[in-house]
Design a protein around this ligand. Structure first.
Ligand SMILES: [Cu+2]
Length: 205
């Protein structure tokens, strides 16, 4: 093999002035791009700490059958009525609130009070569902076997609808739920006498 055939290979540099240091403008552009990369990198921890977009919940493990019985007990304790066969449940401020996603409904319907804080427990009985609260546009995945306890404080009275945003079968589009948020002034009339429901939950790994 002659030396000529190796020109431009990994062993021998090609002939001529092929390598030039980067020009001034190119170096400037690289410096700007590098600084912007650092800014974007810093935004990740910044949004985590300051963005106010992290879920306020604690995820624990729960057997779907246990979550179902907790939900039934919650409904029994705080039921104030029924709408088309769906119980209407008004828990007191500070209560643990249970909402179950299953093919194809959100159970039960809730009546909450403006300005009161609750722990909203979400879980699914059968398959993954997506809790989508409108018009607030709050979305969270609801997974069988896990209880997502979100600390919520409704700050706007009105009627909220829950849709399912995780395709879960033929009746997916009919999976609708309801949360009514009563204005703070009306809350006294709804305060039930039943005690606060509490359950011990196992920490998720
Ligand atoms: Cu669903």
């Amino acid at each position: 093999m002659s030396a000529g055939s190796q020109l431009g290979s990994g062993l021998v540099a090609p002939r001529g002035n092929w390598w030039q240091p980067a020009g001034r403008q190119e170096r400037l552009w690289i410096a700007i791009a590098f600084c912007w990369c650092l800014v974007l990198f810093a935004m990740m921890p910044f949004w985590h700490l300051k963005g106010g977009q992290n879920p306020s919940g604690i995820r624990t493990k729960v057997a779907p059958a246990d979550f179902l019985s907790r939900t039934f007990r919650f409904v029994e304790d705080y039921k104030i009525g029924e709408e088309n066969g769906m119980p209407l449940v008004a828990p007191p401020p500070g209560a643990d609130v249970y909402m179950l996603g299953q093919m194809w409904r959100w159970y039960p319907a809730l009546v909450l009070q403006e300005g009161a804080t609750y722990t909203l427990h979400l879980s699914a009985l059968d398959v993954n569902h997506g809790f989508g609260l409108y018009p607030a546009n709050l979305n969270i995945q609801v997974i069988p076997g896990y209880d997502y306890g979100l600390r919520i404080t409704p700050n706007q009275p009105g009627e909220y609808r829950i849709i399912c945003n995780e395709f879960c079968g033929i009746g997916h589009h009919q999976m609708l739920g309801r949360i009514l948020v009563e204005p703070a002034a009306k809350s006294a009339a709804l305060a039930p006498a039943a005690p606060r429901v509490q359950f011990a939950t196992e920490e998720a790994p």
